[in-house]
Design a protein around this ligand. Structure first.
Ligand SMILES: [Zn+2]
Length: 645
């Protein structure tokens, strides 16, 4: 029976569209999955979506749709991106799937029956953004220690998982398994975290505050905390997604890839949950770093969010895959800049690999009638034996060595070492000179054979990273490779290539990005927009705009929504009609600031509930995460109900 390799990405939270961070983890997982299949292992590669929780409920309310509708709308954004990026996942899980929910409820009931879940009153500081409570000592000047957003004091009765009971067992496990958390620096973080006493984990949310979740099997007034629900996906999926569903077959997972921000939830929550359920722990959790853009944190308000769709449309999926994994060690933070991306495309891809293929194919066509020639053993020199040794060492040792350690950048460095050697080989042997002298015909054949053989090795080596490129290389080299098969199960040997294969001249693998197009004008907008152009797809017609009914409204009364520092409940006059609107402007404005103001509202938004309060419209305001100003009129005498266009 072949080895099993079960790899997961986090399931992505559907409060927003996919960005570079989602693409990064998923590409990394894809490379490992493709490589393991290539060497003959059985692979199950799982990704999916985390669809419950407060932020999803809020995003849906903001969009004026039901949470399920919101999830259904966002799902294709992820699925289509994975197709465009050639992601070869075997399973795609959604936590709103009834089959997943049943497993979550079964696990909860099991822990409840074992008295590992209890109910208690809790008062603490709650961060809405992170959906979690903090203790007095955690809170920093009234702000969440994680995200720095203001926290609010909340008191509620909840169910708790006895996580604290498992602290020592988890420490022992980390001690006994030095590669359980990787890289080493992240392992040390987790060990540091576990130096403090571990608290029990609140695993419920009262429905009065949050209804969008999996109901607790033992108390219908509560839903499950979104992390408890989400983490279970790694096991629940195995019950119904693989071709022959089996937890025993695939569990424990070989590796969970996660971003560094969700390491604790995986290393601590998930591990202790599994211990309590008497399920073995995954072999490894690998936490990678974050991407900045041009040295700055990515954020909507800065307008520098890298839209993966736009990058792929302009530069191709393989160049994107290559850049993300080549630029920085997996595990460290990296910076995405237009210059470095274009620099890599031109130097490594166009001038490096692309050039090696194109010149080799051209030379074989020109001097050998388009068929890979047979080498002549008597004309082999040190140049050839060096090239062969480098290629064999790459395929038989280096690839496996680095990929088993999840060292993508070093793998690519090693592969590009061979690319460079191949180009130098052609420069040194100068086949165009050999071709001038009929006495050098055998030597010429030997050289072109070795160049083609180098490219065959490279084609196999780059496949996990750049699957489309590998296909195109194989096509141009006349190689009958079917990459869905375990082509590296047996070691590839130099000279396996049957000479006589017909090469085909094709398009350049990676066209150079010309200086004019690659020039980065003054910051910040033009450059960011080059990478994430708001292209035609994002534009709307006047008819689209006219669907939005904007009206002048006058604020009659305003009060704060209890337990929220952000929401104000407004009663507004809409001209012969009074409406209740809940607006997220409470951090900037108090109730007294807005009463009497003439504002603009979206009048035809579907009603939605915010913190349990119905909102029949939306107030226009400026700002992204935080509201910075209300849209008002200087002329306060405007008649409520007047159309705004
Ligand atoms: Zn927070």
């Amino acid at each position: 029976m072949p080895n099993s390799f079960y790899i997961t990405t986090p399931i992505y939270y559907v409060n927003d569209v996919p960005h570079i961070g989602h693409a990064y983890t998923t590409i990394a997982a894809d490379v490992l999955a493709r490589w393991r299949r290539l060497i003959g292992e059985e692979v199950f590669f799982l990704t999916g979506l985390d669809e419950h929780g407060q932020k999803v409920q809020q995003a849906a309310a903001k969009a004026g749709v039901s949470p399920q509708e919101h999830c259904d709308r966002l799902t294709p954004q992820f699925r289509t991106l994975w197709e465009k990026l050639a992601i070869s996942n075997d399973g795609f899980i959604r936590t709103t799937d009834g089959r997943h929910q049943a497993v979550v409820q079964r696990f909860l009931q099991e822990l409840y029956d074992k008295q590992l879940i209890y109910r208690a009153e809790y008062t603490g500081w709650y961060c809405t953004f992170d959906e979690r409570f903090w203790t007095e000592k955690d809170v920093d000047n009234g702000r969440c220690p994680d995200c720095q957003r203001p926290v609010e004091q909340l008191s509620e009765s909840n169910y708790f998982f006895r996580m604290s009971q498992f602290q020592q067992r988890l420490l022992d496990h980390l001690e006994a398994n030095p590669t359980f958390i990787r890289p080493e620096s992240r392992r040390n973080e987790v060990l540091g975290f576990l130096q403090k006493p571990l608290e029990d984990l609140s695993i419920s949310r009262p429905k009065s505050r949050l209804s969008w979740g999996i109901e607790l099997p033992f108390d219908a007034d509560y839903v499950t905390y979104v992390w408890f629900d989400a983490l279970v996906n790694y096991v629940s999926a195995l019950e119904y997604l693989p071709p022959q569903p089996s937890v025993d077959r695939w569990w424990p997972a070989t590796v969970h890839l996660v971003g560094k921000d969700i390491l604790t939830t995986h290393a601590v929550y998930w591990s202790t949950m599994l211990m309590a359920l008497e399920i073995s722990l995954p072999h490894a959790i690998f936490a990678h770093g974050w991407w900045t853009v041009d040295g700055e944190k990515m954020s909507k308000s800065r307008g520098n969010v890298v839209d993966p769709y736009a990058v792929i449309d302009r530069f191709g999926a393989d160049a994107f895959r290559y850049f993300l994994l080549r630029e920085i060690p997996f595990g460290q933070d990296g910076d995405f800049s237009h210059e470095s991306f274009v620099g890599r495309i031109n130097a490594d891809l166009a001038n490096g690999l692309g050039n090696l293929l194109s010149r080799t194919v051209t030379l074989i066509q020109r001097f050998c009638h388009g068929a890979v020639p047979a080498p002549d053993p008597s004309s082999i020199t040190g140049l050839e034996t060096d090239l062969q040794a480098a290629a064999e060492s790459l395929m038989q040792k280096t690839l496996s060595h680095h990929l088993r350690r999840v060292e993508f950048n070093r793998t690519l460095e090693a592969i590009w070492g061979l690319v460079q050697l191949g180009n130098q080989y052609i420069d040194k042997t100068a086949p165009w000179v050999l071709a001038k002298n009929p006495d050098d015909a055998q030597r010429l054949h030997t050289v072109l054979f070795h160049a083609a053989e180098t490219l065959r090795f490279l084609c196999l080596a780059v496949y996990p990273f750049m699957p489309d490129t590998a296909q195109e290389m194989a096509r141009q080299l006349g190689l009958p490779y079917d990459f869905s098969r375990a082509l590296l199960k047996a070691p590839v040997a130099w000279g396996d290539q049957e000479s006589g294969a017909t090469v085909v001249k094709g398009k350049a693998l990676f066209p150079r990005v010309e200086a004019a197009a690659s020039q980065s004008p003054a910051k910040p907008q033009p450059e960011a927009s080059a990478l994430s152009p708001k292209d035609e797809d994002n534009r709307i017609t006047i008819q689209d705009f006219q669907k939005v009914e904007l009206k002048v409204a006058k604020v009659l009364t305003a009060e704060r929504v209890p337990k929220s520092n952000k929401l104000l409940k407004l009663q507004v006059d809409l001209g012969g009609e009074q409406r209740q609107i809940v607006a997220g402007i409470g951090k900037k404005y108090g109730p007294d600031d807005v009463v009497g103001k003439t504002i603009v509202v979206v009048a035809n938004l579907k009603p939605a509930k915010l913190m349990g309060v119905e909102s029949q419209g939306m107030v226009l305001a400026a700002g992204d995460q935080d509201v910075q100003g209300l849209v008002t009129f200087e002329d306060a005498g405007l008649e409520p109900g007047t159309k705004v266009k």
